[in-house]
Write a protein that binds this ligand. Structure first.
Ligand code: IVH
Length: 787
């Protein structure tokens, strides 16, 4: 080795040691002291630096390096480990009397008046034993049968709460630490939410999560599981004298780098124990982990030795259990709840059952996939679990009690609130009600969106008024906004004040403030005149944002046309994919939504910029492309073209016998797939509608050459000042419809500026740059000529 590379290596070793110390310290602060100092990002940065160093200098690699926590390659099987000091179990107490008995026996045998106990939460996870030699973690094992367990060292290395090296200097040269590996509730919840979203397997409960994770043969999987650890005892200890009591030993463990529950403590006598039990019972639901009871241990080691053991449990310790968090009951029904954004969530209706002190009547089933996975059926006996403040859930079915005739559950097709169709998007776990505008469950959200600035822009219609107007029955749908009268608003306000007990003094004195109501009525009235783009966006159709609304408006131009089109036609527009197109189709298929649109128009909503479809629509609008857009199995582009050539229109194609598709050139399997697709009524109807839409659009859409659309292609306009006959949005939309780009500021690239009254600096700038300026009359004349 050259002097240089020796120096390099020495420097690398020094830096690696420094990084390891920093990372270990960060873990200690996070897991033991609960006082993190490094951010996640900083931790990752240091870890990556260490990884890079170890990769460049393989001689630095070490099994207890923090880099090894990501999980090593699988080992195949678990070796057996004999526990020299057996891992015992605990006797259980379920009542206060059993606890008093336990204390009484100790008092009698040891002849002490008021013995002290170490009291600890009984964590619900998996017991393990960790062996350290000369301060380094060398082996970790499960409890197994108490005498022999399994070697899960590689998996335990991935648990960041377990120290790989002991802190300080004052530790036993050989030390076994016992404790519980568990999964914190928040981590369990996040893990399951992600699993549900990704269609993966959910963990039944945090305990199974911890146990299953540790028993993974591939440590890389364990590394992805959010596990934690608490130490609660020692096993073999060599070359060291422990303190005289258990609680002092726990303090030592903490100093050496082990997490010890902050909930543990020392109390005296039966009263002390029962007090602790009640205190923890009250806290149970707010703890960040599951506990199934508390553990009492005689604190003094000498006393422990004197008490000894009976079979495999100590006489000096006992577990005092809480009521179980899992209970069995009967699933009486599955209700569908519609959320404010339309998500349909199945909720289990249960025969009421006490679970950990609370009567449970409902449990979440998350979504339809989860029901399928659990295969729960109405009438099943199910295991319900509630933990912490998590919503109770169904963990599993007891198959032995299943009525063999019980049918599999299926998501209903109609929304229980409004009757609109419940649909599911491809590849998604969630189902949703498609009655966006008419569904009372979605009403407030729909109104909020409808009135928002970028939609109908109703100024002054805040959340508070939306709440009150809906709750007090003035608004059944967005269309009712345009029915509101001044008296309604004042009446609403009076009733809301009365309900909340907030009637202002002025009102009591007979004076009623009406200005706000005048303003709101005025704002609603103003909003009546709108553009197609805003109107479509305001409808709040799932996946239809401003860009899609703009495309629909620009390409199709007419609400009356758009609201009747079959969904495949929407796929012809740029940037509209299958998901958006289907969502539009579902929306307009719901009679409730159509009714609201009718109501809106009837109540004076006017779309100012209705125009004919863009001639550009003609490109690619034919039977062949639409057949492809319909996503018929085995009907590819080539097959669609063959069909379009052979059949004059969609109706002929629909009514032809299967062999005619073969004559058209289709291979037998495609012909069969098409025939069987068409045998579904809904599909045949869709094809009929597509055929009709093709004819209608063909008749309606101007030919490219015969139109003035595009006269402003490549031109950039800027609007300034206010116009009398048009709103700014309208002017913008109409100029855009003719091909112009409408920009916000004047530059050399500006082609012309439209200046209304009170035009300001933009007009000055245009004049300065010598750019053409139109007044409103010129604009109107131009539009009249060219539209
Ligand atoms: S002490 C000789 N302390 O309970 C005493 N156990 O039934 C040995 N457990 O397998 C155990 N929290 O998994 C002890 N603070 C605690 C505990 C605890 C949970 C579990 C452990 C053990 C079982 C005993």
């Amino acid at each position: 080795m050259t002097t240089q590379s020796k120096q390099d290596a020495a420097q690398a070793a020094q830096r690696a040691a420094q990084l390891r110390a920093q990372l270990d310290d960060a873990n200690y602060r996070y897991y033991v002291l609960d006082d993190p100092t490094l951010t996640d990002a900083d931790y990752d940065r240091l870890l990556r630096e260490l990884e890079a160093l170890e990769a460049a200098h393989p001689e630095l690699a070490s099994a207890d390096s923090p880099t090894q926590r990501v999980g090593n390659t699988p080992s195949g099987t678990f070796a057996q480990v004999t526990h020299v000091v057996p891992m015992l179990s605990l006797g259980n107490a379920f009542s206060d009397e059993e606890v008093t008995d336990f204390v009484r026996k100790i008092v009698e045998r040891l002849d002490t008046a008021n013995p002290e106990f170490s009291v600890e939460p009984k964590l619900d996870g998996l017991a393990i034993s960790l062996r350290y030699e000369n301060g380094r973690f060398v082996q970790g094992a499960t409890r197994g049968d108490g005498a022999t367990g399994e070697d899960v060292t590689l998996n335990l290395r991935t648990v960041k709460a377990i120290p790989m090296t002991l802190r300080g200097k004052d530790w036993p040269p050989v030390l076994e630490v016992r404790g519980e590996v568990y999964m914190p509730l928040a981590a369990f919840k996040t893990y399951n939410e992600k699993a549900l979203k990704d269609g993966g397997k959910v963990l039944a409960n945090p305990r199974n999560g911890a146990a299953g994770s540790l028993r993974q043969l591939d440590p890389r999987i364990t590394a992805q599981r959010p596990l934690a650890f608490y130490a609660y005892a020692v096993g073999v200890v060599e070359g060291y004298t422990l303190p005289a009591s258990h609680s002092q030993t726990l303090k030592k463990l903490r100093d050496w780098g082990f997490p010890v529950s902050a909930e543990s403590g020392v109390v005296a006598g039966a009263d002390g124990l029962l007090g602790y039990y009640r205190q923890m019972g009250a806290k149970r639901d707010s703890l960040p982990f599951d506990i199934d009871g508390v553990v009492y241990k005689l604190d003094d080691y000498a006393g422990q030795r004197e008490m000894g053991f009976v079979s495999r449990a100590p006489r000096w310790a006992i577990a005092h259990k809480f009521p179980a968090q899992e209970q069995s009951t009967v699933l009486e029904g599955i209700d569908i709840q519609i959320g404010r954004t339309g998500a349909a969530t199945p909720v289990a209706r249960l025969k009421p059952v006490q679970v950990a002190g609370v009567v449970v009547t409902n449990a979440t089933l998350h979504n339809a996939d989860q029901i399928a996975r659990l295969d729960v059926r109405i009438g099943d006996t199910v295991i319900v679990r509630r933990a912490g403040d998590v919503i109770p859930e169904i963990v599993r079915v007891v198959p032995e009690y299943r009525n063999p005739d019980a049918p599999q559950w299926q998501m209903p097709t109609a929304c229980p609130v409004c009757g609109s169709e419940i649909v599911r998007e491809e590849g998604e776990a969630a189902w949703r009600c498609s009655g966006e505008l008419s569904c009372p469950a979605q009403r407030k959200e729909a109104i909020r969106h409808f009135a928002s600035r970028r939609a109908m822009d109703i100024e002054g219609l805040g959340d508070r008024y939306i709440e009150d107007l809906s709750d007090l029955g003035y608004l059944q749908s967005v269309a009712d906004l345009f029915k509101l009268k001044l008296e309604d608003l004042l009446e609403m306000k009076r009733r809301a004040d009365e309900r909340d007990g907030t009637t202002p003094e002025t009102v009591k004195a007979g004076k009623v403030a009406t200005k706000w109501a005048d303003n709101l009525i005025e704002a609603i009235d103003q909003s009546r005149k709108t553009t197609l783009e805003r109107f479509l966006f305001a409808l709040g159709i799932q996946h239809v944002g401003e860009n899609t609304s703009k495309a629909l408006s620009g390409w199709l131009g007419d609400l009356q046309l758009i609201r009747r089109l079959p969904w495949p036609v929407f796929k012809r527009l740029p940037d509209v994919g299958g998901e958006v197109a289907r969502s539009l189709g579902h929306f307009f298929d719901q009679p409730g939504n159509q009714q609201v649109i009718d109501d809106l128009l009837e109540r004076g909503v006017q779309i100012a910029d209705t125009h004919l479809p863009s001639p550009k629509l003609r490109e690619g609008l034919n039977l062949a492309t639409l057949l492809v857009d319909m996503e018929i199995p085995k009907v590819t582009k080539i097959r669609a073209e063959q069909l379009a050539t052979a059949f004059a229109d969609a109706g002929k194609l629909r009514d032809a016998p299967e062999h005619a598709y073969i004559t058209a050139g289709l291979p037998a399997d495609s012909a069969q797939a098409l025939a069987s697709w068409l045998s579904v009524d809904e599909n045949a109807q869709l094809l009929t509608r597509v055929g009709g839409a093709l004819k209608q659009l063909d008749a309606l859409t101007p030919a490219a050459s015969a139109t003035s659309v595009g006269v402003l292609d490549g031109k950039t306009a800027v609007l300034t000042g206010s116009l009398a006959a048009l709103t700014r949005d309208e002017a913008k939309a109409r100029l855009e419809a003719l091909g112009a780009k409408v920009a916000g500021s004047v530059s050399k690239k500006t082609s012309f500026v439209v200046a209304g009254t009170e035009a300001g600096s933009k007009l000055d700038k245009a004049q300065e740059l010598g750019i053409e300026v139109w007044d409103e009359d010129q604009l109107l004349a131009f539009l009249a000529q060219n539209e």
